[in-house]
Design a protein around this ligand. Structure first.
Ligand code: SAM
Length: 353
């Protein structure tokens, strides 16, 4: 049946990208017999060339998801739209993305709800932004702060490609979160803050100003030293509840007859989540009893640990994180924008005709 264009109000933003027969402009994941997934963007008359032969896109367009197709050499693929989990791992990227297992936890721990006003920094490749936008929904707003313009471009491409259109509640602002958000957000107006950056404690005063009483602040950090520094700064500030931290280890399982066991390999470490809530003004956090027993670290311990050293440099080099070159980021941005342009051509309908 021919596509019917009805309006963006026909359903939640992005739903038309995820239902119904496959359409030009949509991403599909082709998985071969070895389980190797490849993701392509469908185009009328398009061809996908591999060492195994050529697959014509027209064979897929108009078909339901879940079919198995063969290329011109008889090599078979299972065809499905990428789920959000697959999408973020296959999209163009500059900065390292938050893994799906952690995004899911962030949405839950930060209690991101439909209609919420959320502030996020940094944006990186936009992986976490997609999960946050889905959780706030069309009635919510997400203001995402990112200091690198080239990363903003990658993220915008990825987010628009995912939803097939700009998200009505999303605004990306280029600059340092601690300065820009303090100007942009009214004091006490933000429901939730989510930070994924090297030095989140630099944003503490801004978070304290913009976050509503009871509002949740979650930070994702990669190292124990960052975790410790942030926890101690939150405590020292006194405007927040006792911080809580955890990490999520995801172990996948091999399922084959009687050979049911954990997989040999896993992603052993991604990062830690630390969360706290804003107290109302002029309130003092309750001192938790369990903390009374904790002795203060000695000066020697603190020096050895280094986490609270005011002269420590919290840059990519000392934290051994990858620095993404401008050239690589430009390439990823242009790739993400190309995919987004194709996605925006997909008619916004109910997706089921
Ligand atoms: C690891 S990346 C974020 C990845 C992103 N959460 C994702 O899932 O794709 C960290 C980002 O924070 C940005 N950043 C670091 N400090 C910042 C600050 N103070 N304000 C705004 N952005 C910042 C960096 O430029 C970088 O793009």
């Amino acid at each position: 049946m021919k596509d019917t264009i009805i309006t963006t109000s026909s359903g939640p933003v992005g739903a038309h990208m995820r239902k119904g027969p496959l359409k030009p402009g949509q991403r599909v994941q082709l998985t071969d017999r070895r389980g190797k997934p490849s993701t392509i963007t469908l185009a009328e008359g398009g061809e996908w060339h591999t060492h195994q032969g050529v697959l014509r896109h027209d064979v897929l367009i108009g078909q339901p998801e879940g079919i198995v197709v063969a290329n011109d050499a008889g090599y078979e693929y299972q065809v499905l739209r990428p789920l959000l989990n697959d999408y973020v791992l296959s999209m163009p990227r500059g900065a390292t993305v938050v893994y799906p297992k952690d995004s899911a936890q962030i949405v839950q721990v930060a209690d991101i709800f439909p209609g919420a006003h959320v502030v996020e920094a940094g944006v990186g490749s936009g992986a976490l932004s997609i999960s946050l936008l889905r959780a706030v929904g069309d009635a919510g707003t997400l203001h995402s702060y990112e200091r690198r313009e080239d990363f903003r471009d990658i993220a915008v491409g990825n987010v628009e490609a995912f939803f097939g259109q700009p998200h009505p509640g999303w605004e990306v602002l280029v600059g340092d979160m601690q300065e820009l958000a303090a100007q942009k957000e009214a004091p006490g107006s933000v429901d939730r803050v989510v930070l994924d950056m090297l030095a989140p404690w630099e944003c503490l005063n801004t978070v304290k100003t913009i976050l509503a009483p009871g509002g949740v602040w979650v930070s994702y950090v990669a190292t124990v030293t960052q975790l410790s520094r942030l926890a101690e700064d939150i405590r020292a500030d006194g405007g927040f509840t006792e911080p809580e931290a955890h990490e999520t280890m995801l172990r996948t399982w091999h399922l084959d007859g009687l050979a049911v066991r954990p997989d040999h390999r896993m992603v052993a470490h991604t990062g830690f989540l630390i969360s706290t809530r804003r107290l109302a003004d002029d309130q003092t956090p309750l001192q938790l009893k369990k903390r009374e027993k904790v002795s203060e670290p000695s000066a020697e311990d603190q020096a050895a640990w280094g986490a609270n050293d005011p002269n420590a440099s919290w840059d990519e080099d000392s934290l051994k994180t990858r620095v993404v070159s401008k050239k690589k980021a430009r390439r990823a941005a242009s790739h993400a924008q190309q995919i987004a342009e194709k996605a925006k051509e997909v008619p916004v309908d109910r997706g089921d005709d």
